[in-house]
Design a protein around this ligand. Structure first.
Ligand code: DCP
Ligand code: MG
Length: 394
């Protein structure tokens, strides 16, 4: 009798023990799951890239509706060796593009109207757009007057939907400024920028985290951040045209081919880009350049122009605040055929002799008549470190 009672109690204790441990195990799993989700959510960023459509031209058409609906460019006049800053989409249909000489643009499109830039109007429009941005986030990184990254990961608007924020920004800019902007939404900067271009003009394109893999696979390597014509050609020679082909290469092989940029290529091919959105556009360099009415035929005539360019540079340098330290000197040479080269030298001084040396080397890369000369200084940002810290601690 006593033995049976003891046995019953032992069985009860065992059952109870099993049930409690099952419950504890279940709770443990739930906690782990929630923690994991939370971590994913914390590291999952929401970036919007906003880019106005044919910005300068859009402002001109808005302010003078007679210009709308036909080919329009903003730039310098053809008889003064001017260059096109931008043009509307009607002009693009004729092949007119930014940075093209106005003379050539007129050959492509004889009906093209070219108006002079009104930088004050563009700056004002840019300020208005930024005021709209700031309603959604303070983390805004302008790339130019018409382009910016927004980090809306922590934005509470529209239940945190970056897509709806982007839609709202587009709607408000259109209503308030009467110009259109295109936007891209993605988990990082590199994809957001590609996305804003995907449905241009007046478009919105969203790449959600689970679409990244498929989207990047079909992407041409020339779309990758930092891949210019030269790198795209080098990749092409290795049989790498799109990102799915790039992914077949391991990191070490890419580093062997492309140095440290190889590692970046490896990441980009997988849709990885950890660059932060910096909410302050700090200057990277200060420079002066001049386009000459008549090409400078040889090195000697280029060298003769240096002192006056350096004088203007010195005046501009005197205006920068103490949060910058002047760094490497550089020169830019644009030849008559629009090819250009930039040369900089770490450790070189910023005296006339150093610039003469740099200019001589840069000129010899082309050895052709020169239409534009530029001189400048890279700036070291003494505040850079602190800003990054602030961003990390947010
Ligand atoms: N810009 C310039 N010179 C260039 C390129 C651009 O002066 N070589 C100016 C004029 C543009 C503005 O910067 O309006 C913005 O440049 P984008 O590259 O964003 O070009 P757009 O906004 O004009 O056209 P898109 O619709 O392609 O963005
Ligand atoms: Mg633009």
């Amino acid at each position: 009798m006593v033995v049976r009672l003891r046995l019953k109690r032992t069985v009860k204790v065992l059952v109870l023990y099993t049930v409690v441990s099952e419950i504890l195990f279940f709770l443990h799993r739930v906690t782990l799951f929630l923690l994991h989700e939370h971590r994913v959510e914390m590291t999952q960023r929401k970036i919007i890239h906003v880019d106005c459509d044919c910005f300068y031209a859009a402002i001109e058409m808005r302010d003078d509706p007679r210009l709308a609906g036909k080919p329009l460019a903003v730039g310098g006049s053809a008889d003064r060796r001017g260059v096109i800053a931008t043009c509307n989409y009607e002009a693009r249909a004729y092949g007119v593009r930014s940075a093209m000489s106005s003379g050539h643009a007129l050959k492509l499109c004889p009906d093209l109207t070219i108006v002079k830039p009104r930088m004050d109007a563009y700056r004002e429009a840019s300020r208005e757009i930024h005021t709209i941005f700031r309603d959604y986030t303070e983390i805004i990184e302008p790339l130019s007057l018409d382009e910016a990254y927004l980090d809306v990961s922590d934005s509470a608007h529209f239940g945190g939907s970056a897509t709806r924020i982007a839609q709202d920004i587009r709607r408000r800019v259109s209503n308030q400024l009467h110009i259109t902007v295109s936007a891209g939404v993605a988990p990082n900067k590199f994809l957001a920028k590609i996305a804003s271009d995907w449905k241009k003009p007046n478009g919105l394109f969203v790449i959600t985290p689970d679409q990244v893999e498929a989207f990047v696979s079909g992407l041409s390597v020339s779309k990758l951040h930092g891949v210019g014509k030269v790198t795209a050609e080098r990749l092409g020679k290795l049989g790498i045209v799109d990102c799915s082909q790039l992914r077949e290469w391991d990191k070490l092989a890419l580093v062997r081919e492309f140095g440290s940029f190889g590692e970046r290529l490896w990441s980009l091919a997988r849709g990885i880009d950890d660059r932060l959105v910096h909410n302050d556009s700090r200057r990277q360099s200060i420079s002066v350049e001049n386009t000459y009415d008549v090409d400078l035929p040889d090195l000697r005539s280029c060298l003769e122009k240096l002192p006056e360019l350096l004088d203007t540079l010195a005046t501009r340098m005197a205006r920068i605040d103490s949060s910058y330290r002047p760094g490497k000197p550089f020169v830019k040479v644009k030849f008559h055929d629009f090819t250009q080269t930039t040369l900089e030298q770490a450790g070189a001084g910023r005296d006339l002799g150093s610039y003469q040396l740099l200019l001589t080397q840069a000129f010899n890369r082309g050895g052709k008549p020169v239409r534009l000369l530029g001189v400048g200084v890279r700036l070291e940002d003494l505040r850079g470190g602190f800003e990054q810290m602030e961003l990390f601690e947010r």
